[in-house]
Design a binder for this molecule. Structure first.
Ligand code: ATP
Ligand code: MG
Length: 327
C-alpha cells in the first residue's frame, strides 16, 4: 500500500469543522487505501504557550476525536508525536538544512508571531519539525488544509536538498489539498480561516459543541449583501462558506444545493445547514465523550501505535544520521 502521514495539533479541547472537513474527513477516506499514520502534534502545540495539565488532556481528547470521527485504530496508526523521539531528532538535521530566509518567509510564522507577545524559537523552526514528521515515514501523499501548502512545499524542498547532497534518502511527498474544502472560514469573519487558536469561539464550529450551540452559531453566521444564494467566494464569501460546509457534509455537489435554494432566503439555508451539522457532529461528540471515559484503553491504543511508528521512524533516522556523518 502507498503510505500517508498527517497530524493535528493538540491546541484546544475540541477540533473544529475546518479540521474535520480539511483534514479528518480526508484521513478517514485514505485509511482505506493507504498505510496511514496520523498523529497528535503535541510538540508543535508548545510552540505557543500551553498549560501542562491542559496539554495532556487535549492530547487525549484529540485522539478520542480522531477515533470518533471515523479513524479505525486497526487500520490507522494513531500516535502521539512526543512518543516518537525520532521526530525532534530528525528535525535538528532538517533545521540545519533550512535557511533562515526560508523559515522567516513562512506565512504561518509571520501570522502567529504577530499575535504573540513572546515569540518562541520553536515557532520559527516549526516547519522543520513538520518536515521531519512527514519524511520519517516516506509517505507518497500528505493530506492537509490549504494553510499548510507552503509548509508542504518546504518539506519537498528539504527532501530534495537532502537527497541531492547525501544521496537518495527521502521520498518527496505530494500534498493532497482538496480544491473547494481545504479552507473553511470563520462564520463571523469569512475572510479568516476557522482556527483553534482564535480568541472568539462564536465563528468557530467545534466538533464537541452541544447541538443547541451549533444551531445558534450557524443561524448567526455572517452572510453577505443581497439575498441570492449562489456560490461566489469573491462576492459572497459568507454564503459560499456555508455552501461548502453543506456540500462536504452531505457529499452533494454545490450546484445541486444552490438549485434547491433558488428563490429562497439565507434563513432557509441556515436552518437546513444547522440540521445537517447537528446530524453529523452529535454522534461524534457522544462517541468522543464515551471514549474519554476509558482513558486506559485510549492510552493503550496510542502506546501500541507509537511502538509501530517508532519502528519505522528509527530506520529512517539511523540512515540519516549515518549519511550526515554522526558516529
Ligand atoms: P491552530 O490555530 O492551533 O494552528 P488549527 O485550527 O490551524 O489550529 P492545526 O492543528 O494547525 O489546526 O491543523 C490541523 C489540520 O487542519 C491541518 O491539515 C490544517 O491545514 C487543517 N486546517 C486547519 N484549519 C482549517 C480550516 N479552517 N479549513 C480547512 N482545513 C483546516
Ligand atoms: Mg494551524
Amino acid at each position: 500500500l502507498p503510505r500517508t502521514v498527517s497530524g493535528i495539533q493538540a491546541t484546544s479541547d475540541s477540533l473544529h469543522l475546518g479540521n474535520y472537513i480539511g483534514a479528518l474527513q480526508q484521513f478517514v477516506t485514505h485509511q482505506e487505501s493507504h498505510d496511514a499514520f496520523y498523529f497528535i502534534a503535541n510538540m508543535h502545540a508548545i510552540t505557543v504557550e500551553q498549560d501542562p495539565h491542559e496539554l495532556r488532556e487535549r492530547t487525549l481528547r484529540t485522539a478520542a476525536q480522531f477515533i470518533a470521527a471515523g479513524l479505525d485504530p486497526e487500520k490507522s496508526t494513531i500516535f502521539v508525536q512526543s512518543q516518537v523521539p525520532a521526530h525532534p531528532r530528525l528535525s535538528w538535521v532538517l533545521e540545519c538544512t533550512t535557511s533562515m530566509g526560508e523559515a522567516t518567509r513562512m506565512t504561518q510564522f509571520k501570522d502567529k508571531s504577530a499575535k504573540q507577545g513572546h515569540v518562541s524559537l520553536g515557532l520559527l523552526t516549526y516547519p522543520a519539525l513538520m518536515a521531519a514528521d512527514i519524511l520519517l515515514y516516506n509517505p507518497q501523499m500528505v493530506p492537509v488544509g490549504e494553510d499548510q501548502r507552503q509548509h508542504l512545499e518546504l518539506t519537498r524542498n528539504l527532501a530534495e536538498r537532502f537527497n541531492h547532497r547525501f544521496g537518495q534518502t527521502f521520498v518527496v511527498p505530494e500534498a493532497q489539498i482538496l480544491k473547494t474544502t481545504a479552507k473553511i472560514y470563520d462564520l463571523q469573519n469569512p475572510e479568516a480561516k476557522m482556527s483553534k487558536s482564535l480568541p472568539s469561539p462564536a465563528g468557530r464550529i467545534d466538533l464537541l459543541d452541544e447541538p443547541k450551540a451549533l444551531t445558534k452559531k450557524i443561524k448567526s453566521a455572517v452572510t453577505d449583501d443581497g439575498t441570492e444564494i449562489r456560490y461566489d467566494p469573491e462576492e459572497k464569501p459568507g454564503v459560499s462558506n456555508l455552501l461548502t460546509v453543506y456540500s462536504s457534509l452531505t457529499g452533494r455537489p454545490i450546484d445541486d444545493i444552490v438549485a434547491d435554494y433558488e428563490g429562497k432566503m439565507y434563513g432557509h439555508l441556515k436552518v437546513d445547514l444547522a440540521e445537517v451539522v447537528v446530524e453529523t457532529l452529535a454522534p461524534i461528540r457522544e462517541r468522543t465523550l464515551e471514549l474519554l471515559e476509558d482513558r486506559a484503553q485510549l492510552q493503550a491504543i496510542l502506546d501500541r501505535a507509537a511502538e509501530k511508528a517508532n519502528g519505522i521512524a528509527e530506520v529512517t533516522l539511523r540512515e540519516v544520521y549515518d549519511k550526515v556523518g554522526f558516529i
